[in-house]
Design a protein around this ligand. Sequence first.
Ligand code: PMP
Length: 425
Amino acid sequence: MRPGTAKSKATVSTPLSRFDIQKIKADFPILNEKVNGNRLVYLDNAATSQKPRVVINAILEYYRKTNANIHRGLHKLAEDATRAYEATRTHTAAFIGGVESEEIVFTRGTTESINLVAYTWGEENIHEGDEIVITEMEHHANFVPWYVLAKKKKAVIRRIPITVCGHLDLNDIDNIINPRTKLVAVTHMSNVLGTINPVKELAAKAHARKALILADGAQAAPHMPVNVKDLDVDFYVFSSHKMLGPTGVGVLYGRRELLESMPPFNFGGEMIGEVSFDRVTWADIPHKFEGGTPNIADVVAYHAALSYLDEIGMDNIRRHEMELTEYAIEKLSRIEGIEIQGPQDIPNRGGAISFTDKDLHPHDISTFLDSRGIAIRAGHHCAQPLMRVIGKIATARASLYIYNDEADVDTLYNALVEMRRYFGL
Ligand code: PMP
């Protein structure tokens, strides 16, 4: 079945003829909260995004009007809940470039999506001496499952290094991706450096060696148009909670033939074809991978998030974030002692901006900013190997999204200037 572009009823409260930041801000109730007596400036979007009213309401509406278990019920509520759950799948398939809805598996998040591939495809296809290629900038979620699998199977992890500018260094790529390569697992956008990686180019390299490619889209899918067919990836994974949707919902896109050939992940109800004491058969994809009662309410509410993003337009979101990223990098670079990590060329990066202060620990930066109502993240960002490569124990990271504007960046800039003065620097 080819997906339509089924839309949930969620709409941006005022239709946007252009990117109207004040109207968008007004859709997010949490942005009216005060933190430590200040207006909340939320710049921790790479960790999780805030939720618009339509998503919050969708959860309430679901429990008020539709709640039932899906797929097996023969009553109206069960049918409504099933329809709403499956409509999110159809919309997700359309959102990433018009794949088949059966190629979309719901999980708990990016981490679970990657583990699903490692435990099923990986268990069956990775053997002693095989090579799995990752990059030096992977989140632990796209490294640890492959590390564990490689240890178990006596396979080898190869890595694509990064340049001093924070791009992938592809000079030796034809040696790194070679006839022993079985999988290339690469982040589409780095959660630390913001780098957008050449996934399409790497997919061509992987396929030329008859290897598969998995792209971790946790940071890309929320911020830019994604077309998995154009990228020509075999697996693409991302999380609802980083793209205005609820926590506890992840997406695994897998090419039909691959999903069909892979064994199930969770065994139990809902994922079977037929069960007797002597024989068990599996349901068709995607249900084969969705054993047990899924996170129905949050999947249904995720549909409202997708509709909201579509209504604004992923191209517009990307353009807005590029402008704001350029503005933020330019402003932060003016502050003496502050160093931006990662690429500075805006077309090849997103809005996760890591920075360090030559005199202050990132935790102190974060704590000071929190006292001014500004939420950023400080630490290793679940990318400890990358921290070693860039020679830092931690960074501070401000990460942007659709509801951030120049005023938010100015507040960050002023607070950082004040911070350095406060510490006598
Ligand atoms: N990959 C990347 C690039 C991420 O930024 C994150 C979340 N920080 C993950 C994977 C893991 O996502 P989740 O915690 O939603 O499973």
